[in-house]
Design a protein around this ligand. Structure first.
Ligand SMILES: [Zn+2]
Length: 265
């Protein structure tokens, strides 16, 4: 059996049989893959700790058709705060679910691994006022790396310039609409401040993004626009959002109905 080594983060786990666990891993070099960890749900099993959600580990895998097998794993980082603090957990879970849904297996996209790790570090160790900006940074860069856009520089419908400071955001057009396309096809209103923040985050690295301050209105607008976009692109609402919204007391309606996709299951 061909063995290979891969550093990876555990994106998803699923119980199999009595004591086994199937893990979905984002590897540093081979993209996303799935592997079975035999006996990993038994206490004291040598694969138990390395195959838990969020864990970053060095894996030794034996190659299979579609499903690999975990032969050994050594924990590099447990991301304990993400498991022990509900607010951090909810946001971290959202990152894992979004990345899992937006990527295909064995499609190496080298940017995704450092993007995920950097974001998880902010969520695990950073102060609460950096979490939202880190999530928006993660969404924007993940969507771009996965080839989903959205575009922020020209009209998504006609390709024309975007003069002025009155924009609409239209998921079906793949981004912003210019004034005339907006009159013709609608879209969701989005402010210049939110558009500029999105452009800034796409140009920035995470270190610079973390120091970006968003006003409450811009923060909510950008979150709502991206959430509506992601729901539209993936044709589903992410389960982890229910958890996140319930923790926040569903203080706001952060999503609007768009073309009949309201985000409800
Ligand atoms: Zn246009």
């Amino acid at each position: 059996m061909a063995l290979f080594r891969a550093e990876a983060v555990v994106l998803r786990t699923k119980d199999l049989g009595e004591a086994d666990r199937i893990v979905t891993l984002l590897t540093a070099t081979e993209g996303k893959l799935r592997a079975v960890a035999r006996g990993a749900r038994r206490q004291r099993n040598r694969l138990a700790s390395g195959t838990q959600l969020f864990t970053r580990a060095d894996f030794l895998l034996s190659r299979g058709k579609g499903l690999h097998t975990v032969s050994q794993c050594q924990v590099l980082e447990a991301f304990r705060p993400l498991r022990e603090d509900l607010d951090r957990l909810a946001r971290g879970s959202y990152c894992l679910e979004l990345l899992d849904l937006a990527t295909e297996e064995q499609d190496p996209a080298p940017i995704l691994y450092p993007l995920l790790l950097g974001t998880l570090h902010v969520l695990a160790d950073g102060p609460a006022d950096e979490w939202d900006i880190a999530l928006r940074f993660f969404e924007l860069h993940l969507l771009q790396a996965a080839g989903f856009g959205p575009g922020w520089d020209v009209c998504g419908h006609c390709g024309g310039d975007l003069p002025g400071d009155s924009f609409a955001f239209d998921p079906a057009a793949g981004g912003l609409l210019c004034g005339s396309c907006r009159v013709a096809s609608g879209g969701l209103r989005i402010s210049l401040g939110a558009v500029q923040t999105a452009r800034h985050l796409l140009r920035a690295d995470l270190r610079r993004a973390r120091s970006t301050r968003m006003g409450a209105a811009v923060a909510m607008e950008l979150e709502r626009s991206l959430r509506t976009y992601i729901t539209y692109i993936l044709e589903r609402r992410l389960r982890s959002l229910d958890f996140l919204d319930s923790l926040r007391g569903a203080e706001n309606d952060r999503e609007v109905t768009y073309n009949g996709i309201s985000g409800e299951d």
